[in-house]
Ligand binder design. Structure first.
Ligand SMILES: [Ca+2]
Ligand SMILES: [Ca+2]
Length: 496
């Protein structure tokens, strides 16, 4: 019976929430006023004499000068000092004394001068507003992300590409908050694969809406017997955070993802109290373009090039998951999986222990192995996952047991390290002319041989190749190697 084979899986355990900042959306720099009156310097006028007999006068002519002398009487406002000759021939600057409640306009003044004289106000000018260049480092909240993007050398990769819109990253997780302003225009529709009604928390089983309706369980829910598990927990908004690290928009709002110009395919497989390996396997096959019974076929342009799985549980990689992942990789899809947060050998944590996947351990701010991270020979490489000294900053929601407002916040975990790698794989595929020219095996090989070495630190948590894989991911080196690998490929033999 299938039900007995279904394993309970949680979003990678031990993920800690370090606090969120409420909807910190910076208003754009205020626009300059469009009212010309706001650009006039009061009480200063340029008076230009009418050139007599075609000549341009070196200064204002006599009739104008005498009009200026009698100006105080004519307009009822004293003239301050002598008129000042200007470089423009025939032009003088006239300044009136400020009189409270009286504003003399150029038009009023004009009537005090002989016909043909021109009177204009002196204007104020400002530097044209400095428009910040649209680059990841200029996103309003980038300062919070700086350390983890610099640790993986993302800024170096961004010199080559920010992603292409025909590259798709599927995120198998708790779903997504599609209302977040940093996901505007980033998402394909995706699908909700959660089949268990009690866990789903959206009133039904599988359906075409992968919106994260929350995975929080209150004591009330447990008391009323409405929760499918016995442990209370607030919403994690795990999928929203993970997806933001991959591809939050470059839009002068909030944060930015590693590959902001690629597309996300949100597939909901985790809900309240975890998810099932059957739902995960079906979502994997769907993401790779295979048919799934009862689910409409994925449009071919939505087919994933990369799959992010920041999830798992304690088990061997079973035959069914192995066969599923093999089919997905055979379809040209790169699968990136978290090593888990149990401080144990990652060979005990599935599906990160399945053959063919790229398995990610987490580093802290100093480049050591994060205190919670699984480790061991099965780890492919390490990427920033955060720890006490600093978390990973991404898209969030402030609702504790129900959906609230879009926000941003810090999380830490191998769950957070994994999307850095999925984002870089998306950049590698975006940097080459034809994304089909790199296979999942080549991508894994490039990532492994382009890592930066672990920092030499004398500490218990210091990384080495036995614990943390080949090294810390180097996004720039990986993207450059991807470009080189494809460019150096011998041309295809001519067709017979
Ligand atoms: Ca549903
Ligand atoms: Ca943004």
């Amino acid at each position: 019976m299938i039900a007995s084979r279904i394993k309970k899986i949680g979003a990678v355990g031990g993920v800690l929430f370090l606090g969120s900042i409420k909807a910190m959306v910076d208003p754009a720099t205020p626009l300059m006023s469009l009212d010309p009156a706001d650009y006039i310097i009061p009480n200063q006028f340029v008076v230009i004499s009418k050139p007599s007999s075609g000549k341009i006068l070196p200064t204002a002519d006599k009739t104008v000068m005498s009009a200026i002398q009698s100006l105080s009487e004519t307009v009822g406002v004293p003239v301050e000092g002598a008129p000042q000759p200007l470089a423009l021939p025939g032009a003088v600057l006239v300044t009136l004394a400020p009189v409270q409640g009286v504003q003399v306009s150029a038009q009023t003044l004009d009537g005090a001068f002989p016909a043909g004289t021109t009177v204009v106000p002196v204007l104020m000018a400002y530097p044209a507003a400095v428009e910040k260049e649209l680059i990841p480092q200029n996103e309003p909240l980038y300062a919070h992300q700086k350390w983890h993007y610099e640790q993986i050398n993302a800024p170096g990769a961004w010199k080559h590409t920010l992603g292409k819109k025909d590259v798709v990253v599927a995120v198998l997780d708790t779903g997504i908050r599609p209302d977040h302003p940093d996901f505007k225009d980033q998402l394909f529709p995706g699908y909700d694969f959660v089949s268990d009604l009690a866990k789903a928390n959206d009133g039904d089983g599988r359906d075409p809406d992968p919106t994260d309706s929350g995975d929080g369980v209150s004591w009330e829910d447990i008391k009323n017997g409405e929760a499918p598990c016995k442990r209370a927990s607030k919403n994690t908004w795990h999928g929203t955070h993970v997806a933001g690290t991959i591809a939050a928009a470059l839009n002068r709002i909030g944060v930015v993802g590693v590959a902001p110009f690629v597309k996300l395919l949100p597939l909901r497989v985790l809900a309240r109290c975890g998810g099932s390996s059957v739902d995960i396997m079906e979502a994997l096959l769907y993401a790779a373009g295979y048919p799934v019974l009862g689910v409409p076929t994925l449009p071919s342009e939505h087919k994933a090039d990369v799959i992010n799985m920041s999830l798992g549980g304690i088990s061997l990689c079973q035959a069914d998951m192995q066969a599923t992942i093999k089919k997905v990789i055979d379809a040209g899809v790169t699968v990136v999986v978290a090593a888990g947060n149990n401080k144990i050998n990652a060979e005990k944590f599935f599906p990160g222990n399945c053959p063919g996947v790229i398995t990610i351990a987490a580093s802290n701010l100093e480049g050591e192995l994060a205190s919670y991270s699984n480790f061991g020979e099965i780890v492919t490489l390490t990427a920033a996952g955060g720890d006490k000294s600093g978390g990973i900053y991404s898209t969030y929601n402030d609702g504790e047991y129900k959906p609230g407002k879009s926000s941003y916040g810090y999380l830490k975990g191998t769950s957070m390290a994994t999307p850095h790698v999925a984002g870089v794989v998306a950049l590698m595929l975006s940097a080459i002319p034809n994304k089909a020219d790199l296979s999942p095996i080549q991508i894994k090989d490039i990532l492994v041989r382009t890592v930066s070495s672990f920092p030499e630190i004398q500490s218990q948590q210091a990384c080495n190749k036995d614990k943390c894989g080949a090294g810390i991911m180097d996004a720039a080196a990986a993207v450059e190697a991807a470009i080189k690998t494809v460019a150096e490929r011998p041309p295809a033999p001519p067709k017979p």
